[in-house]
Design a protein around this ligand. Structure first.
Ligand SMILES: *Cc1c(COP(=O)(O)O)cnc(C)c1O
Length: 378
């Protein structure tokens, strides 16, 4: 899956070039000392690739989610609906704004269940966050229809699905705003980093000012005399992250192609030996995990052992369940939300994810498909 498997000479060369051309590491100003504004170029390249009119680089996906919520006006007393199969970051971002997280269970897509979403909406619901988990798009047609009917904005969490599509459109531009992540485990990486994506200029304007202490970045004024109308915080990234990020972005299509070759090699041999996670028909996933749903515990344990013995592991399901399921988050959620998420926990307990590693070959994935199929039928 991740870009860290392909990091190397090109990223190193990009960093050397940054120092050779003047070594300015700050995103703003110092015009006479530099040849590039790399953060701005990285934003432009991501916006173009994901077909969004605006992209704002920030320190992490978690920060991007918080900033996106702030830009939607979410705050104290509001409710934000998100899903039970998730990463804790989403909950943290909601709590940071002062709002209350409300948990929807997932369906057999392992993403937000639209039927349940409609039952959770109240007068206080201020935003909905579908999370495209493990590379598969959520059922956005259904989710957007419900959100639009209630005029509630949608924030897509694309942190785990950069490059996936829905209705032929890249994820990130389907809702009102989106968050992506470039942490070290993600599809592409610059160590730490994220972006806020939107097609709404007002959201971008707020997010841009908020992430930079309220700076309006007037081109006609020196930074020290810049104007401001809101106070914000510092969520800026450096030019170093941006040059690595730009290089990684140039590898995205290669990563997606390599994922698909490996995924298909596994799937072809494995066939339908077990039920699998349902992929929404309008969705084009990034194929970085093949997810089986195995209700029978003894079979499941054999499959997990096979994956571990073969050196592939099981990527989050079930490895890191406690960081990815709201049923384990009594440190952050109201107890009724934790209890409600038990249905998702029970479903996720049956899931086993075969991670797609770029450093393993399609031939190795075909062999793994054979081994896992035997483990199922043994
Ligand atoms: C990684 C991740 C985040 C947070 O991104 P960071 O850059 O690590 O802060 C948020 N949501 C999901 C679904 C993630 O996988």
């Amino acid at each position: 899956m991740p870009g860290f498997e392909l990091i190397g000479d090109e990223e190193r060369a990009a960093l050397n070039a940054l120092f050779d051309e003047g070594g300015v590491l700050f995103a703003h100003g110092f015009d006479g000392m530099r040849k590039h504004f790399h953060v701005r170029e990285f934003e432009g390249a991501v916006a173009e690739r994901l077909k969004c009119s605006h992209a704002l680089a920030v320190t992490s996906g978690t920060a991007a989610t918080k900033i996106a919520l702030k830009s939607l006006g979410v705050g104290l007393g509001d409710e934000v609906i998100t899903q039970a199969f998730n990463f804790i970051a989403t909950i943290e971002a909601i709590l940071e704004t002062g709002a209350t997280p409300v948990i929807a269970n997932v369906n057999d897509t392992l993403n937000m269940d639209p039927d349940e979403l409609s039952t959770l909406i109240t007068d206080r619901t201020k935003a909905i966050i579908p999370v495209h988990m493990l590379g598969v798009p959520a059922e956005m047609n259904e989710i957007m229809a419900i959100a639009r009917a209630h005029t509630i904005p949608v924030l897509e969490d694309v942190c785990e699905a950069l490059g996936a599509e829905y209705n032929g459109q890249p994820l990130g531009g389907l809702g009102d705003v989106a968050a992506i992540s470039f942490d070290f485990g993600k599809v592409i990486t610059c160590g730490e980093g994220g972006m806020v994506l939107t097609n709404n200029p007002a959201i971008d304007k707020f997010a841009r000012e908020y992430h930079d202490h309220g700076h309006e970045n007037n081109p006609s004024l020196p930074r020290g005399r810049d104007t401001k109308s809101i106070h914000g915080f510092n969520y800026r990234i450096t030019e170093m992250q941006a040059v690595v990020g730009k290089t990684q972005l140039s590898r995205l299509n290669t990563i997606l192609t390599m994922n698909l070759e490996r995924y298909e090699a596994f799937a072809e041999v494995f066939g339908n030996a077990t039920p699998t996670r349902r992929i929404p028909t309008a969705g084009k996933p990034i194929n970085d995990a093949f997810i089986m749903l195995i209700a029978e515990q003894s079979i499941r344990e054999r499959v997990i052992k096979t994956l571990n013995d073969a050196g592939f592991g099981t990527k989050n399901l079930p490895d890191a369940m406690e960081w990815h399921c709201a049923a384990y988050w009594d440190h952050a959620l109201e107890s009724k939300q934790v209890e409600h998420a038990a249905a998702t926990r029970d479903l996720l307990m049956t899931a086993v994810a075969v991670p797609i590693w770029l450093r393993k070959t399609p031939v190795e994935y075909a062999a793994l498909g054979e081994m896992v199929r035997h483990a199922v039928h043994e």
